[in-house]
Design a protein around this ligand. Sequence first.
Ligand code: PMP
Length: 414
Amino acid sequence: MTDTAVQAAPFDLEKIRADFPVLKQMVHGKPLVYLDNAATTQKPWAVIDRVHKFDSEEYGTVRRGAYFLSEGSTRMYDEARKKVAGLLGTPDPNEIIFTSGTTQAINLVAHSFGKAFVKEGDEIIISNIEHHANTVPWQVCCEERGAKLKVIPVNDRGELILEEYEKLLNPRTKIVAVNHVSNALGTVNPIRQIIEMAHKVGARVLIDGAQSTPHMQLDVKALDCDFYTFSGHKMYGPSGIGGLYGRMELLKEMPPYVTGGDMIQQVTIEKTTYNPPPSRFEAGTPPISQVIGLGAAVDYLQGLGLDKIADYEHSLLEYGTRKLSEIPEIRIIGTAREKASILSFVSDVIHPHDVVTLLDQDGIACRGGHHCAQPTMQRYQVPATTRASVSFYNKYEELDALAESLRKAIKLFS
Ligand code: PMP
């Protein structure tokens, strides 16, 4: 039975859960317990219905046709850009560039900012707890431009060591790229401080927001960051859509990443001139329905309130941490003082891949693996972890079910 001391959800949880049709189902005869929200989130009817209505009644191409359907689509597409701008905290929607997600957004910056601003002998800083999407593009950028990649170390709790970060910064640092929330550990990084310190040496900052945008209120202007990325499929929206906030003065200086139709001012055989941002970075027909769906997801999140979401999820995370800490065979990896949504753990008794298979038998969906963060796994000398990640639609009882199923799995292997 769940403790009575926990904070009740600040909204009608059963009503919220009814918004997500997938949550109703049984898996292997047990009610589905969906705890893989860091990998991807489920969609509410508001998103499903919006995309369905758009595709069945309103669909047309954007930016081109001067006819009813196309004009309507273009208007809705622009409206969705405004919604995302509002969510991230910029008054200028042209600072939002749609991409397929965080991976493509970081590649865009690494390639385009790299080409415009990174020279031989320059330095780029990442951290030891980045997703591969915020590691590999910078390695490639360094290789191509003759720059050097430096890494902020972490302590045993999974917190960036800011004294070491300070030592890495110097006038050759061109960009610092760190996540807001680590997908492998759940650490919430002190990005305001990280940004301030980088700006003091004239470096720019990219924040990988894949794991923060669904969980907390953001304000890119107050944070004063230069780039901030997001993925629609982790924000209760469709997959295949996400993007980038970029400071306009920088975007204007950056060359296109992908070229082709829709991003040009004029093309002759000899020369092409490009549109200003965001169009310059959105070559080709965009994922129109996905953008409309993302707009509906933003409305849904804002309807619930990001502060309320953060509060309740924090309470769920603390509860889950307590439940798992009571199991002696389990060790939590990532015990930072500031954490969001993610509980990563290992056991000497049973491998994460076996854990997730056994959890699945009880209808519980968790992720087992390196979470696309192999350098993080290397730092903590584990090949993989099991990761449970919560959303506002989860219940305390589901964390009880997780703990109970884990005890059963451990007993089986002991
Ligand atoms: N960064 C982080 C912190 C992530 O968690 C993820 C997704 N697991 C990514 C980047 C990549 O996002 P996407 O696959 O949506 O491009």
